[in-house]
Design a binder for this molecule. Structure first.
Ligand SMILES: *[C@@H]1O[C@H](CO)[C@@H](O)[C@H](O)[C@H]1NC(C)=O
Ligand SMILES: *[C@@H]1O[C@H](CO)[C@@H](O)[C@H](O)[C@H]1NC(C)=O
Ligand SMILES: *[C@@H]1O[C@H](CO)[C@@H](O)[C@H](O)[C@H]1NC(C)=O
Ligand SMILES: *[C@@H]1O[C@H](CO)[C@@H](O)[C@H](O)[C@H]1NC(C)=O
Length: 430
């Protein structure tokens, strides 16, 4: 270790270093020595966009470093997914023996907007599909294992109604092994819903923040707003409620898709003269992604916690996207799209590119749940007209059911259980 800097009467004066500068340099060297190990750790961890791509595109990485990384165990990990297996690349297979993972009527926490059977859906075909990666098989979801891992911990979903769906799906997957009196679901304040497991001292929570940043759609109940405004640099407004979580799962997408330019507020919502800029959707979304990464970097200890980001949940509002008729949408669809190259709208592609750009340049090790492609085949799995409606339907609507079909949200059980199986895999077998 370097000795403390000598006083100004030493030969160092000749090098024209002021004592303060010298002290400063010595301190830097000291810190670098002390944390050198950690520095290299941080640098060699990065986003697991594609497990097979490993460190190849990171310059300055020696073989031994990526070797070391392979052996470094992520928090919660108990095993590994086979080398080179992209669990998001695969196909749906019919499996009536193991699907669905629970019955709609057995999970009391599903919102009435997602209980399709209760609301008259005439068939259950959408419930019997299992996701099969091409290069390996997913481990079976084990509720006991997950609860044990979450003992004394807090897991938090942050985002929009699709992330709320994934939260509820996870609760449904876990709740069957918890006795009746040992669990509760409550809205603790406007934006936060908490599922509590008494015996395990565990909470699984959902925080409503459809843009992650502060916006004029932040009211968890009343947020039907077409003129959407998001405030730049405001992630801490919500982020202060996320601190201390052991696992965080973010999503944000649909609310950015206004079809118009996004309105980004530079000052505060209280300002009388609001300074608003209107970047492209992609640039606005990029800003949010960067804010999220910065928040994670500053607030999560990634040596003992995990952070996930779920990609865009696809919608099926236009049959012409998959070669169907002009007027149609997901209504009356009971089979999935067979074309393995099907992707859907271009805006999804450009947003995926933004995610890819931002994450691949970042050193923050966020696990990416790339559910967009696998869900895009599932035009059959939306709630369509089989849900509790927010208000009474008009005679015109009733005469034309597809006019009010919901082709955004997913019936439960269904597709979102698969998202959680993938989350389970990434958490325990990264
Ligand atoms: C699930 O995990 C628990 C706890 O780790 C273990 O005891 C049990 O055998 C597992 N169940 C299955 C079916 O693998
Ligand atoms: C329950 O978990 C919290 C962290 O979520 C912890 O602070 C607390 O000490 C735990 N309580 C018990 C009784 O284990
Ligand atoms: C629903 O689909 C079936 C079979 O694809 C078709 O026969 C029927 O006419 C459709 N119903 C409506 C109301 O579009
Ligand atoms: C997600 O998966 C799709 C399809 O496999 C792929 O095109 C896309 O690049 C992936 N996105 C990222 C960010 O890895």
């Amino acid at each position: 270790m370097k000795a403390p800097p000598p006083q100004s009467s030493t030969p160092l004066r000749k090098a024209r270093l002021s004592p303060y500068l010298f002290t400063f340099l010595a301190f830097i060297i000291f810190v670098a020595l002390l944390y050198g190990e950690d520095f290299s750790c941080t640098l060699s961890q990065h986003l697991q966009l594609d497990p097979s791509s490993d460190d190849h595109h990171r310059p300055g990485h020696s073989v031994s470093e990526s070797e070391k990384k392979r052996h470094r165990v992520l928090p919660f990990a108990i095993g590994r997914t086979e080398e080179g297996c992209d669990i998001f690349s695969g196909k749906w297979v019919r499996d009536e023996s193991t699907r669905p993972l629970y019955r709609e009527s057995d999970c009391p926490y599903i919102h009435p907007q997602l209980t399709c059977q209760e609301h008259g859906r005439p068939e259950k075909d959408y419930q019997f599909w299992r996701w099969q990666p091409h290069a390996c098989s997913l481990p079976s979801f084990n509720a006991t294992l997950m609860l044990e891992a979450l003992r004394g911990k807090r897991m938090l979903f942050v985002g929009d109604s699709l992330n709320r769906g994934q939260f509820v799906s996870l609760v449904c997957l876990l709740q069957s092994v918890i006795p009746e009196h040992g669990k509760s679901m409550e809205a603790s304040y406007d934006s936060l819903t908490v599922f509590r497991v008494k015996e395990y001292n565990t909470t699984i929570e959902f925080y409503w923040a459809p843009f992650l940043l502060e916006s004029n759609a932040d009211n968890a109940v009343i947020h039907k707003i077409s003129d959407r405004i998001v405030r730049k640099g405001s992630i801490n407004k919500h982020g202060k409620y996320w601190k201390g979580a052991d696992i965080v799962v973010f999503n944000t997408y649909l609310w950015w898709m206004t079809g118009l330019k996004m309105k980004i507020l530079k000052g505060s919502f209280e300002d009388e003269e609001k300074e608003i800029v209107e970047p492209t959707t992609e640039d606005a979304y990029r800003m949010a992604m960067k804010s999220m990464l910065r928040w994670v970097q500053r607030n999560m200890d990634l040596k003992r916690t995990r952070v996930f980001f779920t990609s865009m949940s696809p919608t099926h509002s236009k049959s012409i996207d998959w070669g169907g008729d002009q007027e149609g949408n997901c209504y009356n669809e009971t089979t999935m799209i067979e074309d393995p190259t099907y992707w859907g709208s271009d805006s999804r592609k450009s947003v995926m590119k933004v995610i890819n750009d931002v994450f691949s340049k970042s050193k923050v090790p966020i696990s990416f749940l790339n559910i967009t492609q696998l869900s895009s085949y599932r035009r059959d799995a939306h709630t369509s007209i089989y849900k509790k409606q927010w208000g009474p339907l008009s005679p015109e609507q009733l005469a034309n059911p597809k006019s009010y079909a919901d082709c955004v949200h997913w019936c439960m059980p269904g597709v979102q259980d698969t998202w959680n199986e993938l989350l389970f895999t990434k958490l325990f077998y990264p």
